[in-house]
Design a protein around this ligand. Sequence first.
Ligand SMILES: CC(C)(COP(=O)(O)OP(=O)(O)OC[C@H]1O[C@@H](n2cnc3c(N)ncnc32)[C@H](O)[C@@H]1OP(=O)(O)O)[C@@H](O)C(=O)NCCC(=O)NCCS
Length: 128
Amino acid sequence: VTIREYTPADNDDLFLLMWEEGPDWQSYWAEPGRSQYEAALRGSLAFVAYDGTELCGYVRCRDDDGFGVHILDLLVKPSRRGNALGRALMKAVANHYPGHVVYVHSDVDPYYEKQGFTRAGSIFEVKL
Ligand SMILES: CC(C)(COP(=O)(O)OP(=O)(O)OC[C@H]1O[C@@H](n2cnc3c(N)ncnc32)[C@H](O)[C@@H]1OP(=O)(O)O)[C@@H](O)C(=O)NCCC(=O)NCCS
């Protein structure tokens, strides 16, 4: 499996991977989300993991100009889980930003706890 930087040429594979995740990822793969997410990708740094022509997973992050790099999405294809690909994708982000603090916005706390990561606050949705 090779991990490299995402390019827009990966979009068809990427949206298929998300579509296979079903309703949880629908806000990304179904229009108008898809067009918005393509724009979000252009404004982010993302890495993809390929085994030959098969996309096995990806990670997307944003850099807050020296105040932390935020991993916003991490997805590994179900048939490829449990092989440390999620960890390797996060490592690709950390390697890209040596000396920066990397945060991950979590929907699966037990997974990140198992990785040995330290909790650093939590996220609230602000509705005013
Ligand atoms: C979470 C996810 C990215 C992990 O990818 P992965 O490549 O399987 O992760 P790794 O191989 O690096 O780590 C696997 C380990 O994490 C554990 N793990 C995976 N998902 C877990 C979860 N939801 N809760 C607790 N532990 C979990 C596995 O048991 C495994 O442990 P082991 O090594 O002792 O067997 C993957 O399960 C996924 O894409 N899930 C759906 C999307 C998602 O929830 N993304 C994160 C949202 S922020």
